[in-house]
Design a protein around this ligand. Structure first.
Ligand SMILES: NC(=O)c1ccc[n+]([C@@H]2O[C@H](COP(=O)([O-])OP(=O)(O)OC[C@H]3O[C@@H](n4cnc5c(N)ncnc54)[C@H](OP(=O)(O)O)[C@@H]3O)[C@@H](O)[C@H]2O)c1
Length: 251
């Protein structure tokens, strides 16, 4: 099959591109650096010719509230219009577990808009909602930081490695669209504050985690299970210790 991976140079995108190529598919890694830009439209029509599946793994370059919403709305509209014109038969997108419960957050309002455009497009689709990547723990700590203190909610989450995410996304891309949401998660349920504390200790970061039930997660206050998947997610196999042992962060 010919498969276009939007954001194919990113953390998840580059791994998905490799996995699909290894399976013998013709894969286009679409990103501004490869001449395909979902905001300006550059290269998009050409990339879609004879394409069976589009996998959208792009992310907004800026996390400012207005920028994220504008990015996912413009990018989603342009990608889906190009797919309809070319007769693409499956749109796969990576979103976040709990997105619909996180509307207090500007970032998640962008993801809600992205998912809505997909559902209303008429293009057969699979929305893969993932829990937080282990690779994102540093970003979560940074977002909660003020000087030496890192305010983090003790809510539960079930983080996953980028390798497990990429394996799941590549798998869904070559199966039939489910026209709904599938959830993926890591193998262990942990508290956000506990894992950020372990991450900072493991990376010899002197900042101190302050557990706070009101600490916002990218603008949204969390309930105990806001970031948790439902009853039957596809589970990855890599836990924090295994991920950290092979991660470049540990070297
Ligand atoms: N972080 C988490 O824990 C988490 C959890 C669940 C789901 N997700 C979702 O996973 C997705 C992928 O995340 P990631 O961490 O792999 O992202 P990433 O590493 O930041 O990569 C983003 C990709 O998007 C591309 N891109 C940016 N602007 C573009 C444009 N105008 N046109 C085409 N491509 C563009 C980038 O290309 P350049 O590098 O050339 O700019 C890059 O290839 C996101 O949608 C995110 O919401 C993240």
């Amino acid at each position: 099959m010919k498969i276009v991976v939007i954001g194919g140079t990113g953390l998840i995108g580059s791994k998905v591109v490799q996995k699909l190529k290894d399976q013998g598919h013709e894969v286009i890694a679409a990103a501004p650096a490869t001449g395909i830009n979902t905001i300006t439209g550059e290269g998009l029509t050409q990339a879609m010719v004879d394409t069976a599946v589009v996998v959208d793994l792009a992310n907004s370059p800026s996390f400012a509230d207005k920028d994220v919403l504008e990015f996912f709305e413009a990018s989603g509209r342009n990608i889906l219009a190009a797919e309809i014109a070319a007769g693409v038969q499956h749109h796969v997108a990576l979103s976040v577990v709990g997105t619909d419960r996180l509307a207090q957050s500007g970032y998640f309002r962008g993801k809600i808009a992205q998912e809505k455009l997909i559902r209303e497009s008429g293009v057969p689709y699979t929305i893969v909602q993932s829990t937080q990547f282990f690779e994102f723990l540093g970003g979560i700590a940074q977002a909660g930081s003020s000087g030496e203190a890192v305010r983090i909610s003790p809510a539960f989450f079930q983080p996953i490695s980028s390798d497990d995410v990429a394996a799941a996304v590549a798998d869904y891309a070559v199966h039939s669209p489910c026209n709904g949401i599938v959830e993926i998660a890591g193998p262990e349920r942990v508290r956000l504050s506990d894992l950020v504390r372990r991450y900072l200790e493991a990376t010899a970061d002197s900042r101190r985690v302050v557990e706070d039930v009101h600490a916002p997660y990218f603008g949204a206050e969390l309930k105990s299970d806001t970031l948790m998947p439902g009853i039957n997610p596809r589970l990855g196999s890599v836990n924090f210790d295994a991920w950290f042992a092979q991660s470049s962060t540990s070297r």
